[in-house]
Design a protein around this ligand. Structure first.
Ligand SMILES: O=C(O)C1=C[C@@H](OP(=O)(O)O)[C@@H](O)[C@H](O)C1
Ligand SMILES: C=C(OP(=O)(O)O)C(=O)O
Length: 436
C-alpha cells in the first residue's frame, strides 16, 4: 500500500487517536500473569499489540477480543503459562520481543521468538546480557539478533542492573524477569524513560520501590487482575501536533491523550520551537495522566534539542524532523543514537526523504542537523517503518507538490486508520495498493 498526499491544506476539528501502544502491550502481559480477570478498554487494535495478544494465546491464556478496543484477559497467575506449540512471531514489534523475553526467561519450558525482517535485524544482546546474569540460558542469531531461543527451566536470581542505555524495553524486561526471580531485582537507568511498567505493576497490586532513577522489586509476589483504560497514544498524536503546527490556519483538539511526563518530550520540544499548544483537563485514569491538547498553527524556529528530552520523545523524532524542515533556521539533534536501531535506522531513513524533498541536512553518528526550507514534492522510501511513512504524509501540508510514500502497510502496526482519520481533519491523503 502507498500514500499519495496532495500539497497544502490545513488541519481542523477534534480527534481521539488510537490507544497507547506501550500501555496496550503491558496490559496483556500483566493481565496474563495476574490472578483473576483483567478488562481493558481503549486497547490499540494495531498489529504490534495484536502480536502480543496472539503470543499469550499461544502460551495458553484465554483472551476475548479485542472488539472496539475492549479486551478481557483471564489471568493464569505467575506460574500458569504453558509452552507454545511453535515459535512466537512478534511481527514488527521490538517491545513485544524484549518484554516477552523477560517473562519467558522465568518459565519452566523453552520458547523461541521470531519476527519480521525488520525485527530480525534489531539488537537483542541488550536483553540477553542482563537475563543471562539472572541465570537464563538464551541463544540468539548472529550479532545477538533474533531468533531468540530461551531454554527455560532455569531458576532466576535477582540482580542489580545498571542500564547501559536509556531503554524502557530493557528496564521492563529485567523487571518482568524479576517477578520470577529469587530475591530482589533492581534497575538503574541513565536517564528517565517511560515508566508504564512500574505504574501498571502497582495498579495490579505489586509492591515496587522507585527512587532516584532506580526501581526495585522482589520476585514471587502476586498480580491481581484489574481494569485498565488505555489513553490515546501521544506518539500517534504527535503526527497531528506537528501537522496542525506547520499548516497555516489550523486548529485541532486531541482528546484523552496520555501525558505521562516520561512521554511528553514532543510537547516540550515543539513549544521550544514556538508551537502553540495548550494542555487542559488534566486528570488521572488508571494511574496514568491524561489530558486534552489544543494545537494551533504557529511559526516554528529551529533549536538545539536539549539532550535530556531525547528519551522522552524517542519515537517522535521522525515527525519532529518534519517540524524542523518547516522551521526558520537550524535544528540540531545529538545524543539520539538509539534512533539507528528502531524499525529502521530513523536518522538515515529521514535524511534520505528530507534530501528528496530538497531540505538540507547533515547526518551525525548520534543525530542530525536540519536547515528549515521549502519542501518540494517527491517519492519517499519508508524502509517499511510506520513512523517514517506517517511523518512524510504530514510533510505534504507544507510541500509544493504531491508526496508519494511507498510501502505504507506498516502504519497499521501503531496507527490503524491513520489515513481516514487524518483525511477527516483536512490532510489530502489517498491510499492505494502498490502497482495500481
Ligand atoms: O517500552 C516501550 O514500550 C517502548 C520503549 C522505546 O524503546 P526503547 O526501550 O528501545 O527505547 C520505544 O521506542 C518503543 O516504541 C516502545
Ligand atoms: C520503536 C518502536 O516500537 P518497537 O520498538 O516496539 O518496535 C516504535 O513504535 O516507534
Amino acid at each position: 500500500m502507498e500514500f499519495l498526499v496532495a500539497p497544502g491544506g490545513s488541519i481542523h476539528g477534534e480527534a481521539r487517536v488510537p490507544g497507547d501502544k506501550s500501555i496496550s502491550h503491558r496490559s496483556v502481559m500483566l493481565g496474563a500473569l495476574a490472578t483473576g480477570e483483567t478488562s481493558v478498554t481503549g486497547f490499540l487494535q494495531g498489529e504490534d499489540a495484536l502480536a502480543t495478544v496472539a503470543a499469550f494465546r499461544a502460551l495458553g491464556v484465554e483472551i476475548d477480543g479485542p472488539r472496539k478496543g475492549a479486551l478481557r484477559i483471564r489471568g493464569v497467575g505467575l506460574e500458569g503459562l504453558r509452552a507454545a506449540p511453535s515459535s512466537l512471531d512478534m511481527g514488527n514489534s521490538g517491545t513485544s520481543m524484549r518484554l516477552l523475553a523477560g517473562i519467558l526467561a522465568g518459565q519452566s519450558f523453552a520458547s523461541e521468538l521470531v519476527g519480521d525482517t525488520s525485527l530480525m535485524g534489531r539488537p537483542m544482546q541488550r536483553v540477553i546480557t542482563p537475563l543471562t546474569r539472572m541465570g537464563a540460558v538464551i541463544e540468539a542469531g548472529d550479532g545477538g539478533r533474533p531468533p531468540l531461543r530461551i531454554a527455560g527451566g532455569s531458576k532466576l536470581h535477582g540482580i542489580h542492573y545498571d542500564l547501559p542505555m536509556a531503554s524502557a524495553q530493557v528496564k521492563s524486561c529485567v523487571l518482568l524477569a524479576g517477578l520470577f526471580a529469587d530475591g530482589e531485582t533492581s534497575v538503574t537507568e541513565p536517564a528517565p524513560t517511560r515508566d508504564h511498567t512500574e505504574r501498571m505493576l502497582r495498579g495490579f497490586g505489586y509492591d515496587l520501590e522507585s527512587q532516584d532513577g532506580s526501581v526495585k522489586l522482589h520476585g514471587g509476589g502476586e498480580l491481581r487482575g484489574c481494569e485498565i483504560d488505555v489513553p490515546a497514544d501521544i506518539s500517534s498524536a504527535a503526527f497531528l501536533l506537528v501537522a496542525a503546527s506547520i499548516a497555516p490556519g489550523s486548529e485541532l483538539l486531541l482528546t484523552h491523550v496520555g501525558v505521562n511526563p516520561t512521554r511528553t518530550g514532543v510537547i516540550s520540544i515543539l513549544r521550544l520551537m514556538g508551537a502553540d499548544i495548550t494542555v487542559s483537563n488534566e486528570r488521572e485514569v488508571g494511574g496514568e495522566p491524561v489530558a486534552d491538547i489544543l494545537v494551533r498553527s504557529a511559526v516554528l524556529k529551529g533549536i538545539d534539542i536539549p539532550r535530556d528530552l531525547v528519551p522522552l520523545a524517542i519515537d517522535e523524532f521522525p515527525v519532529l524532523f518534519i517540524a524542523a524542515a518547516c522551521a526558520e533556521g537550524r535544528t540540531v539533534l545529538r545524543g539520539a543514537e538509539e534512533l539507528r536501531v528502531k524499525e529502521s535506522d530513523r536518522i538515515a531513513s529521514m535524511a534520505e526523504g528530507l534530501t528528496t524533498l530538497g531540505i538540507r541536512n547533515e547526518v551525525l553518528d548520534d543525530g542530525i542537523i536540519i536547515d528549515g526550507g521549502t519542501l518540494s514534492g517527491g517519492t519517499i522510501r519508508t524502509f517499511h517503518d510506520h513512523r517514517i511513512a506517517m511523518s512524510f504524509a504530514v510533510a505534504a501540508l507544507r510541500a509544493e507538490a504531491q508526496i508519494r510514500i511507498l510501502d505504507c502497510d506498516h502504519v497499521a502496526t501503531s496507527f490503524p486508520g491513520f489515513d481516514s482519520l487524518t483525511r477527516g481533519l483536512g490532510l489530502q491523503i489517498a491510499s492505494r495498493d502498490a502497482g495500481e
